[in-house]
Design a binder for this molecule. Structure first.
Ligand code: NAP
Ligand code: GDD
Length: 340
């Protein structure tokens, strides 16, 4: 039986990847940071909580990482844990760097000293392209990160390449573009939009406040993307791959798709910081722009070219943005119905 260790199993990708690996017959070990609040909602939602063995784990603690690797003896490590929210990285840049950059190095160095045969997946990101130097972005596009998060991930990306080349470790980086799902964290823009507009549709008086609605992202579905992670570790040779849909849409377009799917009659009015959305049935403002949600430096446009992954991994995205909105809103509606 193959054994896989997933760091960050309580996050969005950790849950979908654990489900995939369990279905493939793996024994799955998951790492969890202790906290006082409930962390296992995603794993319980996917009905896999009972099938995973959990280990206390923090990326800041080298001996803890080594002990977990020695105890679980994994064939594959999927390193997904990170401080993954870009705005927070501007607030806590040093902690973000320690977790994301040195955390990755701690794992790679542990693999190198404990068992070089362990295959390693690094969660790299399109945020590394930042102020993009080429459209669309490929594995060869130079990086120009625009946040401490992006910079921290450039380090973890290159240290993965370095351990592969220096020590012959099967270490691959997936440069994943934004991917979303019903289990996406609530502060990311897609989930914030679908959950708030669903609540408003069901009677909430709140106003959805957003930042830069002109930013464009290449959004895919997390369920499709974790399959690419697994494929990377099944290849004879480790390598780096862009995982993306090849299509880009603005935050404004995502809002429009959600409003339409929820059958709102609405209108955009005003300009710039005064732009807002009016619900034509109630006459009330339901979406506003708020400067609190702008970033010190923005990534304006991301669009990836997944050609290499298509050719070498035989991977392709299967979920359109419209379908993704439907998946997310249907889940949000089901949660509201459960509550009441
Ligand atoms: P997520 O939902 O934010 O999950 C992050 C996970 O990391 C959580 O399980 C979190 O645990 C854990 N974690 C954070 N700090 C830790 C620490 N110090 N020690 C141990 N665990 C820690 O992220 P995601 O969306 O699933 O993304 C997975 C990975 O892919 C991340 O590395 C992210 O940067 C990267 N990525 C994501 C996307 C995307 O669009 N989703 C795109 C490209 C790359 P808690 O539950 O304790 O917070
Ligand atoms: N979060 C958030 N909240 N973003 C907003 C808002 C808002 O109210 N209003 C506009 N945005 C814009 C952001 O400025 C950004 O341009 C875009 O929406 C997407 O923001 P997020 O959903 O927070 O994601 P991200 O692109 O910054 O980062 C995500 O994708 C990366 C891959 O490119 C994260 O999952 C990262 O961990 C991941 O690496």
């Amino acid at each position: 039986m193959k054994r896989a260790l997933i760091t960050g199993i309580t996050g969005q990708d950790g849950a979908y990847l654990a489900k995939l690996l369990i279905e493939k017959g793996y024994k799955v070990y998951g790492t969890v940071r202790r906290s006082t609040s409930e962390k296992f909602v995603n794993l319980k939602y996917l009905n896999i909580y009972d099938k995973i063995k959990f280990y206390d784990f923090d990326l800041l603690e080298l001996s803890n990482i080594q002990n977990v690797i020695k105890e679980t003896k994994p064939h594959e490590i999927y390193h997904l844990a990170a401080q993954s929210f870009v705005p927070t990285s501007f607030q806590v840049p040093i902690v973000t760097t320690d977790i994301n950059s040195l955390g990755t190095l701690r794992i790679l160095d542990s693999i190198n000293s404990i068992n070089k045969k362990i295959k390693f997946y690094q969660a790299s990101t399109s945020e590394m392209f930042g102020k993009v130097q080429q459209i669309p972005q490929t594995e060869k596009t130079p990086f120009y990160p625009r946040s401490p998060y992006g910079v921290s991930k450039v380090f973890s990306h290159w240290i993965t390449v370095n351990y592969r080349e220096s020590y012959n470790i099967h270490a691959s980086s997936g440069i994943l573009f934004n991917h979303e799902s019903p289990l996406r964290g609530g502060e990311f823009v897609t989930k914030k939009i679908t959950s708030s507009l669903t609540r408003i549709k069901h009677g909430s008086k709140e106003v959805l406040k957003v930042g830069n609605i002109n930013a464009k992202r290449d959004w895919g579905y997390a369920g499709d993307y974790v399959y690419a992670m697994w494929l990377m570790l099944q290849q004879k040779n480790a390598d780096d791959y862009v995982i993306a849909t090849g299509k880009t849409h603005s935050v404004r377009e995502f809002i429009n798709l959600t409003l339409k799917y929820l059958n709102f009659e609405y209108k955009w009015v005003g300009q710039g910081m005064n732009e807002r959305v009016i619900n034509l049935n109630s006459g009330k403002t339901i979406i506003k722009i708020d400067k609190e949600f702008f970033r010190p430096a923005e990534v304006d446009l991301l669009i990836g070219n997944p050609g290499k992954a298509k050719r070498k991994l035989k991977w392709k995205p299967n979920t359109s943005l419209k379908k993704l909105v439907k998946l997310m809103v249907d889940y949000d509606v089901s949660q509201i119905k459960k509550t009441y």
